[in-house]
Design a protein around this ligand. Structure first.
Ligand SMILES: [Zn+2]
Ligand SMILES: [Zn+2]
Length: 143
């Protein structure tokens, strides 16, 4: 799944956020890399191409993109906030304790994965996280 700049601009228009060049680049980084980047990851990926880009712009843009519902924050990594594409079907995440990569996983069976009302509780956010060792790191450990 890859989003062109045109598609990203259209999404931003629909979400009511102004598509500046830097915001498009930041959104593309979240949507197209699929690696759940941190703000720092995005900054180091983009700064060679956008010399005027500052960390503050990255943080502010991510904040704006979260506010308008295009991006969501993942609190899975204790050290850094990580970012994911918001409009996609509910899924859970696995973070590797060794390499820090985040993988998409299916929601555990039997879990209602959407916001709503449950026994009087109003749920507006569902995050399911798994932690452990990814297959790559596991292989490195055993060889
Ligand atoms: Zn790993
Ligand atoms: Zn994800």
């Amino acid at each position: 799944m890859n989003f062109t700049d045109i598609e990203l601009i259209e999404l931003m228009h629909k979400a009511g956020i102004r598509p500046s060049v830097q915001r498009i680049a930041i959104l593309s980084s979240v949507f197209n890399t699929r690696r759940h980047p941190s703000a720092e990851d995005i900054f180091s990926e983009l700064s060679p191409h956008y010399p005027s880009l500052s960390r503050t712009t990255v943080y502010n843009s991510l904040h704006a993109l979260c506010e308008c519902g295009l991006v969501r924050q993942l609190e899975i990594d204790g050290a850094n906030m990580r970012y994911d594409m918001a409009p996609q079907k509910p899924h859970s995440h696995f973070i590797c304790r060794r390499c820090g990569r985040i993988f998409d996983m299916a929601m555990p069976e039997g879990l209602s994965a959407s916001a709503g009302s449950y026994e009087g509780f109003c749920v507006d956010c569902v995050d399911v996280y798994f932690k452990g060792i990814c297959p790559d790191c596991k292989q490195k450990l055993t060889t």
